[in-house]
Ligand binder design. Structure first.
Ligand code: CA
Length: 224
């Protein structure tokens, strides 16, 4: 498991490097945005821990460039405690999680574990989420063994969610992802498709959760 830490505060960076190495991660560390951009262009990482306030190039710009090159590695951003706007902007740009400074190391480690687990899911043609199974080759979705009647766009959105279980996806990201597949959709249309998809999934205990201002994510309703 290889982690890239981007942090210009030497004391904090040192603490993070030591703690993650002790937990068995292989850790690279850079202290400015340009070095981070270069490392992400050439290296392969399983997780990026990215401070936003960085010399030479800000963390948000690093993130934007990385996702712009289709970098799919999970990114955990470190933000100032009052940096709500940065946080929202970071999630909009494709960060997977954030931690506000100051944080306790144990919390960072828990988030690192969660994000690296997600990153290592074995690729398979059938994606499963609770009672939901989706065959990405055949484009067939089944809920509790019953085939779901979904439109092409509902299937496309479902696939987007299934590729990011428990992770937030916002409408702009969905529009971008659908555009990459040659679809042209407005953010308003996304709302309509999500509404329909949600109604079809809920009877099977699979929920699409809305987090106001941040986006949507797929959540499995735990059986009582
Ligand atoms: Ca900083």
């Amino acid at each position: 498991m290889r982690v890239l830490i981007v942090e210009d505060d030497a004391v904090l960076a040192d603490g993070l490097v030591r703690s993650l190495r002790q937990s068995g991660y292989s850790v690279d560390c850079v202290a400015d945005g340009l070095a981070a951009d270069a490392a992400l262009t050439t290296g392969q990482f399983d997780l990026v821990i990215l401070d936003l306030g960085l010399p030479k190039m800000g963390g948000l710009e690093v993130l934007k460039r990385f996702r712009g090159r289709d970098g799919s590695t999970p990114v955990l951003i470190l933000t100032a405690l009052d940096g709500v706007n940065d946080r929202v902007r970071g999630l909009d740009l494709g960060a997977d999680d954030y931690l506000a400074k100051p944080f306790i190391l144990a919390e960072l480690e828990a988030r690192v574990r969660a994000l690296t687990r997600r990153g290592t899911a074995a690729p398979s043609t059938v994606m499963k989420h609770g009672d939901l199974a989706f065959d990405r080759v055949g484009k067939i979705a089944e809920l509790k063994g019953q085939m779901l009647d979904l439109s092409a766009r509902e299937l496309a959105l479902l696939e987007i969610f299934l590729q990011r279980p428990g992770r937030m996806v916002n409408k702009e990201q969905m529009v971008d992802l659908l555009c990459q597949w040659g679809e042209e959709v407005s953010t308003n249309a996304i709302e309509v498709y999500i509404h329909r998809l949600r109604k079809k999934l809920e009877p099977g205990g699979v929920r699409i959760v809305t987090v106001r201002g941040l986006g949507y994510c797929l959540e499995k309703v735990q059986a009582a």
